[in-house]
Design a binder for this molecule. Sequence first.
Ligand SMILES: [Zn+2]
Length: 185
Amino acid sequence: MDLDTYIPASVQMMVELVNSYDSRLAEPERLGGVADVEDFFRRHRMLGPNRVGPDDVTSLHALRADIRAVFEAEDEATALNRLNDILSAAGVVPNVVQRADGRRELFFAAGDAPLTNRTACDAGIGLAMMMVDQADRLKVCAGDACRRVFVDQSRNRTRRYCGNSCASRSTVAAYRARKRTSAGG
Ligand SMILES: [Zn+2]
């Protein structure tokens, strides 16, 4: 793993959002209620002056499905069309915010914009930056029953699994399959 590859915050948020429905888990939904969604927005500095309501949960789930559809598109042209639909629906408005600690941050929607809209703008830009010249780093895990997405930071971009647990499970499965094959002659 090439840890010096920098992943912007918008990309990290985008990946975490897509993986917030994790089919490997007994309870796949990690953003099921208002409290989970509020925590997600707060951790990713999206909350601002807004309060979270049930509509935000519904709209965030819809955004999540739209972003996943980019990862799972059958070809590059479809992926780009889906990405551009997200961006145009979001209506990106870049703005620089002065923080209390003196540092500045670039956001892609106004601080008081509706929460899912802010998230669509920032996650959409994160995805767009990757799609321009690093689309081959955006991957869906090859593990059985795993649909997690990840950014492949390996130098030769050959990573196939979201993490060690999926990689080792698949190694064990391949070993068993080989044993079965050789036992069967
Ligand atoms: Zn996986």
